[in-house]
Design a protein around this ligand. Structure first.
Ligand SMILES: [Zn+2]
Ligand SMILES: [Zn+2]
Ligand SMILES: [Zn+2]
Length: 365
């Protein structure tokens, strides 16, 4: 039982899937092959590893490499096997179409791609002269029976119509299908084939990486993970992340609100200090004008740091106003009492002088 449990743990947790393991093997082999392109053993191992792969782009690429590599390694057996595998499994393979002889060739050096080349005429063996061996400059020696005896005469050659020139060529040369390229104009070049092979291996290595990344992604999605900005989260982690972000946003908003409030409090405090300074700097006769201003401010800011001082300033201003009213009505004694109270709050030379005058008036001086 315990053994079974450990086996389950050993194979069940953190194991790659069968398909992923095969892809890893193919990845290692193709990377190694790209480092030593000419290795036949790596080439054969890569072909072997393709058997375990699912049908798809990677397997198709390896089959194509199978054909091209067979040409480079002169391995007729694998050439036949992988040509038929490609035909059977990937009949419309675009990659396979790159294996055409023309794509692995360069222009024929003999005919420079023109498909024909100059050759000695076989009729005249390159001489350019009439092929009739008896013909000399279009004529040959013959005999005619003239006046009862055979006489030697020159006769026109019918082979060359008396021209003396070979009618199958031009000056002994004629154009014919090029021999080295068999009239194709191009010829297989192993260096070009090797470069193509190398390029295909590089592409294969890159394709495997893409497939691996995609497969990893699919695996994570299958496990229910979610991708956000390139990082993977479980649903719970994502929920937690969202809550944290929400909380952070809330805090930021509250901080901003608090900062706004603090700024407002600060400015209100400054307003109060300025008002207090203005009241203290003014002379007694002009104090009355601050009454309304101080009343309004005290309602607006019950938390002013020097509220007691401002309240006593208000009392002072009110006493001055009341004293002035008594003066107008002629109640000199009341005015004196009131002004004295004011003087207890704040010393003022102007007010002291006024009090002396009023004192004299009250005793009739
Ligand atoms: Zn040629
Ligand atoms: Zn000729
Ligand atoms: Zn002739």
């Amino acid at each position: 039982m315990r053994l079974l449990l450990s086996l389950v743990i050993l194979f069940g947790v953190g194991q790659q899937s069968w398909a992923d393991k095969n892809l890893d093997k193919v990845d290692k082999l193709s990377s190694a092959l790209s480092d030593s392109v000419k290795s036949k053993s790596l080439y054969l191992s890569l072909l072997n590893s393709s058997k375990a792969l699912d049908k798809g782009k990677i397997q198709e690429s390896i089959y194509v490499l199978g054909v091209l590599g067979a040409r480079l390694h002169k391995d007729l057996g694998n050439y036949k096997i992988y040509t038929s595998k490609l035909k059977k499994n990937y009949p419309k393979s675009i990659l396979a179409s790159e294996l055409s002889l023309k794509n692995l060739s360069d222009a024929c050096k003999k005919c420079d791609g023109s498909k024909t080349s100059e050759r000695n005429c076989s009729k005249c063996k390159g001489t350019g002269k009439c092929k009739n061996v008896k013909c000399v400059d279009g004529q040959y020696d013959g005999f005619e029976y003239i006046d009862g005896k055979f006489t030697s005469v020159k006769k026109d050659c019918s082979t060359c119509s008396a021209s003396g020139i070979c009618n199958g060529c031009e000056a002994g040369k004629r154009m014919a299908k090029c021999t080295p390229c068999r009239g194709k104009g191009y010829k297989y070049n192993a260096r070009i084939a090797l470069a193509k092979y190398e390029g295909m291996i590089t592409t294969l290595v890159a394709d495997i990486q893409t497939v691996k990344v995609e497969s990893e992604k699919q695996g994570k999605l299958a496990k229910g993970l979610v991708e956000v900005d390139g990082a993977w989260y479980t649903k719970d982690e994502l929920e937690l992340k969202r809550k944290k972000e929400e909380l952070a946003r809330d805090f930021a908003e509250k901080d901003a609100e608090l900062a706004r409030k603090l700024a407002a409090v600060k400015s209100l405090e400054e307003e109060g200090l300025n008002l207090l300074a203005a009241v203290e700097a003014t002379t007694a006769d002009k104090s009355e004008q601050f009454i309304v201003e101080i009343e309004v401010y005290l309602k607006k800011n019950p938390y002013f740091s020097k509220i007691e001082k401002l309240r006593s300033s208000l009392s002072y201003c009110r006493l001055i106003r009341d004293g002035q009213k008594y003066e107008v009505k002629g109640s000199v004694d009341d005015a004196i009492v009131t002004y004295k109270k004011a003087l207890q709050i704040k010393g003022d030379q102007q007010l002291s002088r006024k009090l002396k005058k009023l004192g004299k008036r009250s005793i009739g001086l």
